[in-house]
Design a protein around this ligand. Sequence first.
Ligand SMILES: [Zn+2]
Length: 315
Amino acid sequence: MALLKKSIDYIIASAPAALLAIALVVLMLPVIAGCTDGEGSDDRLKVAADIFPLADFCAEVGGALVEVETLVPPGATPHTFELTTAQMRFLEEADMLVSNGLDLTPWAEGIFTRTGGAGTVEVVAGEAVPEEELVKIAGSGGGIYDPHVWLDPDLAMHIVEAIRDGMCEADPENAAVFRENAERYVARLGELDARIAEEAAAFSTRKFIAFHSTWTYFARRYGLEQVGVIEELPGKEPSAGEIAELVDMVEARGVRVIFAEQQFNPRVAETIAEESGGEVVVKLLDPLGDPGDTRSDTYLKMMERNVEIMKEALG
Ligand SMILES: [Zn+2]
């Protein structure tokens, strides 16, 4: 800009009026083109989020001021996902990264350093949640915290507030908008929390087996009991012996429901249900949502839908 100003000063001092007008237009062309590139969206904050629920929080807090890219596509599992080249390119230009942390997406760690991008603001959901709220994964040898914090709407409020703070840091000029949006959305999370609590209080059975430890925080919040999990660590298929133990557990504890997940093959869950003598149902829940499915294209809808399915099974 300093150079541009100098050139304009020079022209004003030395050229006749007609030439001056032409020169000004020519000089301003790159500036005008720069502003209209991408439908005037240049100044939107570019935010990358590892999983869709966190991307949705970003969209709620940032509104029209942000462009959000979800790194894990619908149907994929964050635990084993790897970045594509196109996503690496988005990250090079991103201003902010929101990741879950707690080892859910180890590939997202240090991403800004690896892509060499300009982004500096990082928000980690697992660090936004007070440490005393975190739960260790059973069978992990004691060291690993359960990463599925976003599935408790009360913990989600902490995450939304951390995203708000990150956006205020990345784009201080719009801080008032981010604060207002976050406040409104946190209130909606509070309403969701109250609705789920009311529904869950009326369930006739509170016990279930889960595909993996997905519903740990959710179950704690609403007084449900995740009696056991099929895969203690995602991607680690249970042995025949472990399946037999789960069948015993289902029978001994009177479990009637196994919650499998859209992102994983329900085969093992079905085997356990079949081998258990009683009437055990397998229901598919969705912990990640899907921007292409109108029933779960926001966190709020995704949670409402999960609760509806839980109600059919546990109600
Ligand atoms: Zn998971």
